[in-house]
Design a protein around this ligand. Structure first.
Ligand SMILES: [Zn+2]
Ligand SMILES: [Zn+2]
Length: 240
């Protein structure tokens, strides 16, 4: 078991990433900075506290994009908090939520937020429900390529596994590229996305008590194999 001491930070020129934490079933929280622009990735519980310490209110209000890999609580637990904080603190600039097509959690959180605060939301929320792997650019010029990953959950019968809407991303800024796989078991899409990247942030969330692949997370050796195909890598989401 590798032990990660959070936060994990990485920087190449004016492209930074900080992983505040990434603990399965607890919380994830990632901040990317490209030039003077900030982007949030998988805001789990605790994200507002971490962002407030790291960049302060003014910069939080300037965040233009939040990227969500999938709807599990350890990746979206802070979305309501952020939307509400931005309302209370009077964010003016638009906010885009990027999430995989069919991610009911984000759609529901957004609907509830619009309903509860109907006429008192000072900023525009744009939903980007990502249907495929087409590359796109954020308003600030960050180049994003989503890719599908394999991440299943067990239904109430305790046996049936069902794929959840789940994606990973590569983020590219001035020729430097970061790959973030989100939660995933070993898959060719992640293999291809991570290869040659300047940094790969790879989950190794497989429960070591379980034998064999579980279609949810990668083992340490699977994660390392993918990580080593990038120039540098972090292993995250390792069970504590
Ligand atoms: Zn997770
Ligand atoms: Zn998950």
């Amino acid at each position: 078991m590798t032990e990660n001491i959070y936060p994990l930070t990485w920087q190449k020129e004016d492209f930074h990433i900080k992983v505040f934490c990434s603990i399965p079933n607890i919380a994830t929280g990632i901040l990317i900075q490209a030039s003077e622009n900030y982007f949030i990735v998988d805001p789990g519980d605790g994200i507002l506290r971490d962002l407030n310490t790291e960049i302060g209110t003014k910069n939080i209000l300037n965040v233009s994009d939040i990227f969500i890999s999938h709807g599990h609580h350890d990746h979206v637990g802070g979305v309501w908090t952020l939307l509400t904080y931005m309302r209370v603190m009077q964010k003016i600039t638009p906010l885009t939520l990027h999430f995989p097509k069919g991610c009911k959690e984000i759609i529901s959180i957004h609907n509830a937020f619009e309903q509860v605060y109907a006429n008192s939301i000072p900023y525009k929320i744009i939903l980007n429900e990502i249907p495929n792997s087409d590359e796109f650019k954020s308003r600030q010029g960050l180049l994003i390529k989503p890719f599908p990953v394999i991440h299943k959950e067990i239904l109430i019968d305790g046996v049936t596994k069902q794929q959840v809407p789940a994606i990973g991303f590569t983020f590219e800024h001035k020729g430097k590229k970061i790959c973030y796989g989100g939660d995933t078991s070993y898959c060719i899409e992640l293999e291809n996305a991570a290869r040659g990247c300047d940094l790969a942030v790879i989950e190794a969330g497989h429960d070591t008590h379980k034998k064999g692949p579980d279609d949810m997370h990668m083992t340490l050796s699977e994660a390392k194999k993918i990580g080593e195909s990038a120039k540098e890598y972090f292993l995250v989401h390792v069970p504590e």
